[in-house]
Design a protein around this ligand. Structure first.
Ligand code: AMP
Length: 281
């Protein structure tokens, strides 16, 4: 059976309250839909660790920088429900915009520091949109645990910080990035790539892996970065927005991987913005 779909926050609250009163743990998996194996890996982790699992599907207008990007974002609700069926989740929460942002909505949750770099610079307002919706989803679902992918590494750090700072009582659980066989990180945005562009896309990850190897062998950061960017350019990407080495926890900028570090990149391919990150060391 496909999972029950809940549209109203009051109905979600009622369910969660009932579960919590009977001592059950609640896990939430926030998504924007167009589900793939990356999302489903979070659902699998949540099912293992929680008595009740809610998957949220909400294409959050506040985290998009451009109206076209919001309009073009893939929406596949029926297919999503079908993909979730074997997991036997307890509910899919798929509210509409007015349910999350009713008339007069005027509050923004903003995390400073962690959002000053990377996607925070290139997508102004994006993380405020993420932080605001995630705060609402955590409180509406009363979740004990929330499952997020390392695929969106900066987002993972931002929501971990915000849940701790605001005493939301929801533990953020990181889950590894799931990739296609050719190394491309799974993403709903991959659906927007033409067949040709799809064959070029894995070069982003390959260039990053090569750069990470070079860094671990003691290579010079700037030299390796130049080589990686030219490999990505040659593959057909039109722009590398950033390619940076940062500490794994605070996202402090690094030149050498002298502590747990992450190599993070964003690049444009055929009008689609792809992001990826890998551990270094
Ligand atoms: P999205 O629907 O893109 O907002 O993603 C919803 C959640 O799924 C976020 O926590 C993402 O980090 C996670 N996610 C997306 N792609 C992947 C992937 N390839 N591997 C693991 N988690 C992912």
């Amino acid at each position: 059976m496909t999972p029950p779909i809940i549209r109203k926050r009051s109905a979600l609250r009622d369910l969660a309250t009932r579960w919590k009163r009977s001592g059950e743990t609640v896990g939430v998996v926030p998504t924007m839909g167009a589900l793939h194996q990356g999302h489903l890996s979070l659902v699998r982790a949540a099912k293992k660790e929680c008595d009740r699992v809610i998957v949220t599907v909400f294409v959050n207008p506040k985290q998009f920088n451009s109206p076209e990007d919001y309009e073009n974002y893939p929406r596949t609700e029926e297919e999503d429900a079908r993909k979730l069926t074997p997991f036997e989740v307890d509910a899919v929460y798929a509210p509409d915009g007015a349910e999350i942002y009713p008339d007069g909505f005027a509050t923004t949750v903003s995390v400073s520091g962690l959002t000053d770099a990377l996607c925070g610079v290139h997508r102004p307002g994006h993380f405020d949109g993420v932080a605001t919706v995630v705060t609402k989803l955590f409180t509406q679902s009363m979740a004990d645990r929330a499952y997020f992918g390392e695929k969106d590494y900066q987002q993972l750090q931002v929501v971990t910080r915000l849940s701790a700072d605001l005493d939301l009582g929801t533990a953020v659980v990181p889950c590894p990035t799931i990739r296609e066989e050719d190394g491309l990180a799974m993403s709903s945005r991959n659906l927007l790539l033409s067949d040709r562009a799809r064959t070029w896309a894995p070069e982003l990850n390959r260039a990053m892996e090569e750069m990470a190897d070079g860094l671990l062998r003691g290579g010079d950061f700037e030299t390796l970065k130049t080589e990686a960017i030219s490999r990505i350019d040659r593959a057909g990407f039109t722009e590398v927005e950033y390619l940076e080495l940062r500490s794994a926890d605070t996202l402090e900028l690094l030149q050498t991987a002298d502590r747990p570090a992450r190599l993070l990149a964003a690049a444009w391919l055929a009008g689609v913005r792809l992001i990826d990150n890998i551990a270094v060391g």
